[in-house]
Design a protein around this ligand. Structure first.
Ligand code: ACO
Length: 291
């Protein structure tokens, strides 16, 4: 759905949306399950891993298909898995929270974990509300994380949550997403910079060492402001929001997939993955690609 299509029914313009957010078009359609199955299967194929060899499925989603059951077991069944499966909801930080959880599981005996971020945000958008309708979209991304006793590529994490800010971005049962955009923007830049710096310090790397930044895709101006404060040129940031909008917990794996597809990730590279979202929650990690 393009900005021009949205402006046919909303009091907005392509110019406003592009200038204020960087978004030009977005994908609408699917469910947390259908998109999650698609992304999960592609990740398994790409990693050449049999579904039966996965011993945990973590699904990051803000928009599960039902309150209960969780969507993860349903996806696991569709993919032919017989392993524990659960949803994680940390809004747009969800994928990074799931990767952090996966790391803990690998430390305690799991061998292979499928981590999916899948969102059906459009279902919870009031399509007559121009504040939210221009931002949110549907999508999914996934990755397989495998235990390797000789090499650890998940070098550091810095996660946090501040429930005092919970009302800045909400979606009540049966309601729609609502947000204090300006406040979310301000805090987002602050927590991304702060957690990114902490993650880099813990990993023993500097901003200059990073080949890539893979940020949550909410607004190009948030990415620009954070990169500027971190002394990272925008050329090193992966941006897919122009085509995909804000897909919450799917946005980091989608950006990561885009970087891989465009040959932007190479052996030995360090990358900063960083997200923030409702809660408020935030999460940064420094990873290295040893393969
Ligand atoms: N089209 C045209 N005009 C608009 C639109 C629109 N879609 N939306 C707002 N406006 C108007 C406003 O009414 C306002 O008009 P006024 O000056 O007459 O009052 C003007 O444009 C400026 O509005 P602002 O809210 O000041 O615009 P801002 O530059 O702050 O951009 C935005 C708004 C894009 C929402 C920005 O604040 C933002 O990106 N915030 C962060 C969003 C985010 O990151 N959310 C995170 C997570 S989402 C999740 O967890 C699911």
């Amino acid at each position: 759905m393009t900005n021009d299509e949205l402006s046919q029914t909303l009091d907005t313009t392509d110019e406003w949306i592009t200038e204020r957010t960087g978004i030009r078009e977005r994908r609408i359609g699917g469910t947390a399950k259908s998109l999650g199955v698609l992304a999960g299967q592609r990740a398994l194929d790409d990693a050449a891993v049999d579904a039966r060899d996965v011993d945990f499925l973590l699904l990051a989603t803000t928009t599960p298909d039902r309150i209960t059951p969780a969507t993860a077991p349903v996806i696991a069944h569709e993919l032919g898995m017989h392993c524990p499966a659960m949803d994680i909801n940390a809004a747009c930080s969800g994928f990074m929270y799931a990767v952090r959880t996966a790391y803990g599981l690998l430390e305690t005996g799991s061998k292979r974990i499928l981590v999916i971020g899948s969102e059906n945000l459009s279902r919870w958008v009031d399509w007559s509300d121009r504040n939210m309708a221009v931002l949110l979209a549907d999508g999914a991304g996934a990755t397989v994380i495998e235990y390797d006793p000789t090499e650890n590529d998940l070098l550091s994490f810095s996660l946090g949550a501040e429930g005092a800010d919970a009302d800045l971005l909400t979606c009540e049962h049966g309601g729609f997403f609502q947000m204090d955009g300006k406040e979310v923007f301000r805090r987002a830049v602050r927590v991304v910079v702060d957690s990114a710096e902490k993650a880099m310090t813990l990993a023993g790397v500097s901003a200059d060492d990073l080949a890539l930044v893979i940020p949550h895709q909410a607004n190009i101006r948030i990415i620009q402001a954070a990169c500027q404060r971190l002394n990272i040129e925008m050329e090193r940031a992966v941006v897919v929001l122009d085509r995909l909008g804000n897909t919450s917990s799917a946005s980091i794996p989608l950006a990561y997939g885009d970087a891989r597809a465009n040959d932007r990730i190479h052996k030995g590279d360090y990358a900063l993955l960083t997200g923030f979202g409702a809660g408020m929650t935030w999460a940064s990690a420094v990873v290295r690609w040893s393969k």
